[in-house]
Design a protein around this ligand. Structure first.
Ligand SMILES: NC(=O)c1ccc[n+]([C@@H]2O[C@H](COP(=O)([O-])OP(=O)(O)OC[C@H]3O[C@@H](n4cnc5c(N)ncnc54)[C@H](O)[C@@H]3O)[C@@H](O)[C@H]2O)c1
Length: 258
C-alpha cells in the first residue's frame, strides 16, 4: 500500500518503540520521512536500513526540548522535500518519583521533553502548515493524563498539560487548515516501559504477564497498535477528527474502580 505517497512526515522519538514503528509504517507507505531523536547510532542505522529497502527516510539527531534543534528538523523537512504535511510529536521521557521525592532535575527533564518539546514542534510546524493551508499534527500523550499513576506525579502532570495544550491549538489554528489529534497509549511494550520495571522485586516477564491479565483484552499493546492508529488519525479519512485524544489501552479506562 502507498497510503502516504509523497507526504512529508516529521516524527520525533522516531528511533525506538512507538516512534520507530511509526517511522517504519510511514516510510513503507510511501511517505518522505524525517525522523528525529537523541539516539544518533540507532537513527543512522534506521536511515540506512529504510533507504536500502528503497524508502525515503532521513535521520535528524536532535533534542526536542532545544528550540534550535526543533527549528532545524522542520527546516530539514521543508528544504529537502518542499513542504510538511504530517508531524508526530511523540518523543517522551518517563521518570518516577513521588511528589515528596522529586528533584528539580526530574521536574525540568519531564516538563521539557513531554510538554516544552511538543510545544516547540507545534510552534515551528504550524506556520509551515498554515502557509500550505493544510497539515496535521499528532501528539503522543498517555492515559497517565487521566489516571493517578502511583509514583508518577510529574509525568502525569506533563501529559495532562499536553492534552490541555492540544485543545487550544485547535481553536487557534484549525481555522487556517491545521488539524490536531493525539494518541493516548496505555501499556505498550517498548524500552521506556521495560526501564520502568527496573527496581521491582519481580522479573520483567512476570510483571508484564500480571499487567496483561488486568487489561480487558488480556494483552499489552504493541508499538504497531499505536502506529496503526496514528496512521488513521493523520489520514484524510479522519479529516473531521480534530482536537480528539484517542485512547489505546485495551479497555483499561473502562474498568470499574474496585
Ligand atoms: N510505552 C508505553 O507504555 C507508553 C504509554 C503511554 C505513553 N507513552 C508515550 O509514548 C511516547 C514514546 O515512548 P515509547 O514507549 O516509544 O518509549 P521509547 O523510550 O521506546 O522511545 C522514546 C523515544 O523518544 C526519544 N527521546 C527521548 N527524549 C528525547 C528528546 N529530548 N529529544 C528527542 N528525542 C527524545 C528517544 O530517543 C526514543 O527514540 C512517549 O511520549 C511516552 O511518554 C508510552
Amino acid at each position: 500500500m502507498n497510503r502516504f505517497k509523497s507526504k512529508v512526515v516529521l516524527i520525533t522519538g522516531g528511533t525506538s518503540g512507538i516512534g520507530l514503528a511509526c517511522t517504519e509504517l510511514f516510510a513503507r507507505e510511501g511517505a518522505r520521512v524525517v525522523t528525529m531523536s537523541i539516539q544518533r547510532e540507532e537513527g543512522q542505522g534506521l536511515e540506512a536500513r529504510l533507504s536500502q529497502e528503497g524508502h525515503e527516510c532521513v535521520f535528524h539527531c536532535g533534542d526536542t526540548s532545544v528550540e534550535a534543534d526543533v527549528e532545524a528538523a522542520v527546516k530539514l523537512a521543508v528544504t529537502r522535500y518542499g513542504r510538511l504535511d504530517i508531524v508526530h510529536a511523540n518523543a517522551g521521557l518517563l521518570r518516577n518519583q513521588k511528589i515528596t521525592e522529586f528533584t528539580l532535575d526530574d521536574f525540568h527533564a519531564l516538563i521539557n521533553v513531554n510538554l516544552l518539546g511538543p510545544a516547540l514542534i507545534a510552534k515551528h510546524s504550524i506556520p509551515v502548515m498554515e502557509r500550505q493551508g493544510a497539515g496535521v499534527i499528532c501528539f503522543t500523550t498517555s492515559v497517565a493524563a487521566e489516571i493517578g499513576f502511583p509514583g508518577h506525579a510529574i509525568y502525569c502532570a506533563s501529559k495532562a498539560g499536553l492534552v490541555a495544550m492540544i485543545r487550544c491549538l485547535t481553536t487557534d489554528h484549525s481555522p487556517r487548515g491545521v488539524r490536531f489529534v493525539a494518541v493516548s497509549p496505555g501499556t505498550i511494550d517498548t524500552p521506556i516501559l521495560a526501564k520502568s520495571c527496573e527496581g521491582w522485586d519481580k522479573p520483567k516477564d512476570v510483571l508484564y504477564a500480571e499487567v496483561a491479565k488486568k487489561i480487558p483484552v488480556q494483552r499489552m499493546g504493541t508499538p504497531d497498535d499505536v502506529a496503526g492508529a496514528v496512521a488513521f488519525l493523520v489520514s484524510d479519512e479522519a479529516g473531521f477528527i480534530n482536537g480528539s485524544v484517542v485512547h489505546l489501552e485495551g479497555g483499561t479506562l473502562a474498568l470499574p474502580p474496585w
